[in-house]
Design a protein around this ligand. Structure first.
Ligand code: SF4
Length: 330
């Protein structure tokens, strides 16, 4: 029985590629890479899909290495902060290692010729083969008929005639195939990678502009709350709701500066720097008051904590054009 190592995001295309191979009697080991930029699929859902359809699932956390690619991609960014070519090369390389370790026959992906302007073009597929040293081993079941036969097809171990020739941006053929294969659940097309989202990319670009080497913690916090860059360079994050406040709490450590209004209900606010100028601290307190239930008052006490150190600041809810200037826009 031929054995494929499949890149698996949990989305429509990678799921269809796997189901197509399973239908042809191929043993599939799916590899799912965890980065700080994915969001659409929970690991429980992936495990459920693997059990339901009968394939092996491996997960690997590549957050650190992936962050390196995002900071300095060799092949640049797509429309937003998505370094798709570098990303695909890295994932194919990792899957290629698994293929060699397991003695498998090919690496499979859900890529479709012409679907994405940056990474899903024939000449980019050639580049990926070259960079990964996987020439003849990368099988793309959804577009195989438009591409040269891979080694496993040439050997006749996988029946090329039963693969597909999808191309372009339309999702209609994939949706029809999903119905035929009984694939009922998958995230929305193109969902899942925060780097393709303009809003998130704007925040990331701003962060890299201030700190070319942000930590994974800084990156994780980009998806929570409202963000402000203060005149002294500090970054303030303000929870928009209870869910944000609770997620922000997970990032609080001994030396994190945390602000909360007293006497009126207000958001949880976190300054991501350890050391902050007095001016930035006071502005943060004013902004904290601005987003509280006491925004109509002239003065609100705000608790500023860092570890055991507590200070109460009288804050005036911050209003006007200054607010817009400080908010990190996308
Ligand atoms: S969209 Fe995101 S996960 Fe997909 S190839 Fe591009 S960078 Fe990688």
């Amino acid at each position: 029985m031929p054995h494929a190592i499949a890149l698996y995001s949990g989305g429509l295309d990678s799921s269809l590629a796997i189901l197509t191979l399973l239908r042809l009697g191929v043993k599939v080991t799916a590899v799912h890479f965890i980065t700080s930029f994915g969001c659409a699929v929970s690991s429980n859902d992936l495990v459920r899909q693997a059990q339901r359809y009968g394939f092996e699932l491996l997960t690997e956390d590549v957050s650190e290495e992936f962050l390196g690619l995002v900071k300095r991609p060799l092949f640049g960014y797509g429309k937003n902060m998505n370094p798709c070519i570098d990303c695909k090369i890295m994932m194919l390389q990792r899957a290629g290692e698994v293929m060699r370790q397991r003695g498998a026959d090919c690496v499979a992906t859900g890529e479709v010729v012409g679907q994405r302007p940056m990474s899903q073009q024939r000449h980019i597929f050639n580049l990926m083969e070259k960079k990964t040293d996987l020439k003849g081993y990368i099988l793309r079941p959804l577009s195989a008929l438009l591409l040269p036969p891979t080694i496993v097809e040439q050997r006749g171990d996988i029946d090329r005639k039963r693969l597909y020739g999808f191309s372009g941006r339309s999702r209609k053929p994939q949706l029809a195939l999903a119905e035929e294969l009984g694939l009922l659940e998958y995230p929305a097309p193109a969902g899942g990678c925060l780097l393709t989202e303009p809003n998130y990319s704007g925040r990331l670009r701003e962060l890299l502009g201030h700190d070319p080497n942000p930590s994974l913690r800084d990156i994780e916090m980009l998806r929570i709350g409202r963000h402000f860059r203060l005149p002294g360079g500090s970054k303030l994050i303000i929870g928009r709701n209870e869910q944000d406040n609770s997620r922000l709490r997970d990032f609080i450590s001994e030396d994190t500066i945390v602000l909360e209004t007293l006497e009126v209900k207000g958001p949880l606010c976190v300054i991501t720097n350890r050391i902050v100028s007095e001016e930035d601290l006071l502005r943060s307190a004013h902004l904290c008051a601005r987003y509280s239930d006491g925004r109509d008052k002239t003065s609100i006490p705000v608790a500023v904590r860092q570890g055991d150190h507590l200070r109460i600041v009288k804050a005036n809810p911050f209003e006007g054009v200054g607010l817009q200037c400080l908010m990190i826009k996308n």
